[in-house]
Design a protein around this ligand. Structure first.
Ligand code: 6PG
Length: 216
């Protein structure tokens, strides 16, 4: 059970995983269920769709059964309805009892230069959502809604891998990794409470200000 990230950073990773001679060669794709950690409030064929990016970079090139690709229905006019529908999908596919949280085997995340992850942005009400699995926060900076899994789902994952690259993320990565705990300002800090393993895959430019940076 894997939840993919959107944005631009993971696209190269997805293309690499799709390469039959690459690191994804050993993946038993017919056994994989693919979900998304978040989605923009757009149709699946929109340029900014996280589903579309992952479909084009990975899913059309590996044999994951179509019935095991669970995209967020972000074409629904109401983002809230899309969030409710996706929560129903999670409960059905994970066969959850009431109140149970799905434990993904892997959640792939990114981090914005404002410290957001998934679509949990600074000051977002989604950050303190303790019961719902999926929320539909309005994101002022984009003037749009997003659909996102909530922190309880992130924190229940067996493994989280966060990709961050580029110097524009160096300052915020320092705050997220080394700074005082203030998740409302830096939502990616919520991962400090994850029950599973959290692995940050960052390039040197993004890691340049970390206290553990090479040569630091
Ligand atoms: C999205 C992602 C988001 C992304 C970060 C980083 O929908 O955009 O889920 O959380 O991972 O914004 O984006 P970049 O990889 O484009 O820097």
């Amino acid at each position: 059970m894997v939840a993919l990230s959107g944005g631009t950073t993971p696209e190269a990773t997805y293309r690499l995983l799709a390469d039959p001679t690459g690191p994804g060669a050993g993946v038993s794709w017919p056994d994989v269920h693919v979900f998304w950690g978040d989605e923009r409030h757009v149709p699946p064929d929109a340029a900014e769709s996280n589903y579309r990016m992952a479909r084009e970079a990975l899913l059309v090139r590996v044999p994951v059964p179509a019935a095991q690709v669970h995209r967020i229905p972000a074409e629904m006019p109401s983002a809230e309805d899309a969030a409710r529908a996706y929560e129903r999908t999670l409960r059905a596919v994970f066969d959850l009892a009431d109140g149970e949280i799905p434990a993904f085997d892997l959640i792939l995340l990114g981090m914005g230069d404002d410290g957001h992850t998934a679509s949990i942005f600074p000051g977002s009400a989604a950050l303190v959502e303790a019961h719902r699995l999926v929320a539909a926060p309005w994101v002022e900076k984009f003037g749009a809604s997003r659909i996102t899994v909530t922190p309880p789902v992130l924190l229940a994952a067996r493994q989280i891998v966060v990709l961050a690259s580029g110097g524009a993320k160096a300052a915020v990565l320092r705050e997220v990794i080394d700074g005082p705990f203030q998740p409302s300002r830096y939502p990616a800090q919520c991962l400090r409470n994850a029950s599973g393993e959290v692995t940050w895959l960052v390039d040197e430019a993004a890691a340049a200000e970390l206290s553990t940076a090479p040569g630091a």
